[in-house]
Design a protein around this ligand. Structure first.
Ligand code: ADP
Length: 403
């Protein structure tokens, strides 16, 4: 059966079709610049690529473009949209409503709407994609796979903030965490690789992309994670500050005379790697400068690694140890010096990496165990695959329904 996986943003639709249960990716692509005067529509199979430009007014038209590309004779992915058995959507916020993926019903749509205040930029775009599919291909079942769902297992002492309790009751201000689909995916891969049931493993999973978060996975359950009420908390990211003294925001508002919108932009768009390094937030460029001996690049990489290291220490304390540290996503899979700096800090806690193996990790290869011989905590680089995770959940939900 073919599962269409969709990741709908405010002006883009990323898509993949996976043949299940074989887990074979048939095509991937994107519709970009929706609502702008000219949009880009692109699809790639193993051998062929098709790209064209035309105005795409909204998500409904965007979905129609995706379906047209899937049935395009040149790409020859499928003859008819009837060959799609289900559509799996990435949905950012399931709030406290969902701790697992679900088949979409009217009640699910209402719940995603109700959670819009928690993800005002993402949930509306995800909803547009769901409604556009309902309108365009009404007979195809759809599922919602939430970024927050995996972290719903956190205990209250980990997810509550020490602010007046009424704000949790009034606004649901609490830690939710994000990237759950990825943390869960690599945790399961780690179980396979270590040949142990997840119920016997204490894992720390570091998803380091442009956005970054780290999670304590205790016997298969997320028990703490670095992103919080929003994706701003925690690690240093491409353009986000991560943790800081909250009083800094008040100080800046007073002394720079800027309003809360500007503070939001400052911390989410102008901080992190771009704020520190200024030239770029692309880790490849920082890494290049680091190898040339640039002192600022070294400081930035060290700060980035040190923040990760502090969380690792905290999560080892929370879980009473760890069996393995997993690195994943763009930066996690591709930045050997970062993993080396982190390993140097972590030596006292039983970590250790084989520096040669660390330098040889090739992205998208299955996985690389970079642990040093004798290290009591393993370090493994595992490529993430959120689209596959969404296709698996969608496939399983559909199987469950037909039972
Ligand atoms: P996103 O977080 O945007 O979904 P990724 O997980 O691919 O996407 O992470 C993107 C980041 O990964 C880029 O900003 C870049 O800094 C980093 N990255 C990608 N490829 C490499 C590479 N080969 N070496 C170092 N960093 C890389």
């Amino acid at each position: 059966m073919n599962v269409l996986v969709l990741n709908c943003g405010s002006s883009s639709i990323k898509f993949q079709v996976l043949k299940m249960p074989e887990e074979k990716m048939l095509v991937k692509g994107i519709v970009e610049r929706i609502g702008e005067p000219m949009s880009i529509i692109e699809g790639k199979t193993g051998e062929k690529k098709k790209r064209h430009e035309r105005p795409v007014a909204d998500h409904t038209e965007g979905i129609k473009e995706v379906l047209a590309l899937l049935t395009d004779p040149e790409l020859s992915v499928m003859k008819s949209v009837k060959e799609i058995s289900a559509i799996g959507h990435r949905v950012v916020h399931g709030g406290e409503t969902y701790s697992a993926s679900v088949l979409i019903t009217d009640a699910v749509i209402t719940a995603i709407e109700d959670n819009i205040p928690l993800a005002p930029l993402h949930n509306p775009a995800n909803l547009k994609g769901i409604l556009a599919c309902r309108e365009t291909v009404p007979g195809i079942p759809q599922s919602a796979v939430f970024d927050t769902a995996f972290h719903q297992s956190m205990p209250d002492y980990a997810y509550l903030y020490a602010i007046p309790k009424s704000y949790y009751e009034k606004y649901k201000i609490r830690r939710f965490g994000f990237h759950g689909t990825s943390h869960k995916f690599v945790a399961h891969r780690a179980g396979d690789i270590l040949k142990k049931p997840l119920s016997e493993l204490k894992l720390i999973t570091a998803h380091l992309g442009n956005g970054a978060s780290i999670t304590a996975v205790d016997r298969g359950r997320s028990v703490d994670t670095s992103m919080g009420f929003t994706p701003l908390e925690g690690l240093i990211m491409g353009t986000r500050s991560g943790d800081l003294d909250p009083a800094i925001t008040v100080f800046l508002q007073r002394n720079e005379h800027i309003d809360c919108e500007e503070i939001d932009r400052l911390l989410n768009k102008k901080s992190g790697l771009i704020g520190l390094f200024e030239k770029s937030n692309d880790m490849r460029i920082i890494e290049e400068e680091y190898f040339k001996g640039d002192a600022l690049a070294k400081l930035v990489l060290t700060m980035y690694a040190y923040r990760i290291v502090k969380y690792i220490g905290a999560y080892m304390a929370a879980m009473g140890g760890a069996d393995a540290l997993i690195y994943t996503a763009g930066v996690g899979e591709n930045t050997p010096p970062l993993r080396e700096i982190a390993a140097d800090f972590l030596g006292g806690l039983g970590f250790g990496i084989n520096k040669e193996l660390n330098n040889e990790v090739i992205r998208k290869q299955d996985y690389t165990d970079i642990s040093a011989e004798g290290a009591s905590v393993k370090t493994i680089v595992i490529p993430t695959n959120e689209e596959l995770a969404i296709a698996r959940d969608t496939f399983e939900l559909l199987q469950g329904r037909s039972k």
